[in-house]
Design a protein. Structure first.
Length: 148
């Protein structure tokens, strides 16, 4: 007698192998997403830094934008001449929120930063000497200051 089909043991072995492969693939995929978002955030922070410097050069008298939560929408998209045509959003913040922008009290230094993979803002400001304030964790930033 020749029966066709799979036994229960064979099916359980196949399902177990598939579950193990999925368990290996999902964390790797998440790591690849984080790496892509890190690259994107670093590149866009440099673009925003260049746009901010362009904004500075086109102001009379020369001045950086004041601290604002919507740098692109408030300044860079509406500047004349047009500096940047679209709002760049932080890939580590949900809801399509922009990158953070903070200017020092004396108006000479600024920092543009992404929350980074942990999703929390560790940079809290920049002082009048261009030194970043906060915790040097995983935030990705561009600045005309000196860093931490």
């Amino acid at each position: 007698m020749n029966k066709k089909g799979f036994t229960l043991i064979e099916l359980l072995v196949v399902i177990s192998v598939i579950a193990i492969l999925v368990g290996i693939a999902i964390p790797r995929f998440k790591g690849m997403q984080d790496e892509a978002n890190i690259s994107k955030a670093n590149a866009e922070a440099r673009v925003l830094q260049t746009a901010t410097e362009s904004y500075y050069m086109n102001q009379t008298p020369n001045a950086y934008p004041v601290t604002v939560t919507t740098l692109c929408a408030a300044y860079l998209n509406s500047a004349s001449p047009n500096i940047i045509s679209e709002v760049l959003t932080d890939p580590f913040r949900s809801g399509g929120l922009e990158y953070n922008y903070i200017r020092s009290a004396n108006g000479e230094y600024y920092v543009i930063f992404s929350y980074g993979p942990d999703g929390a803002a560790d940079i809290t400001g920049i002082n009048d000497d261009g030194v970043l304030l906060g915790v040097p964790d995983d935030d990705l930033y561009s600045s005309n200051g000196t860093g931490f």
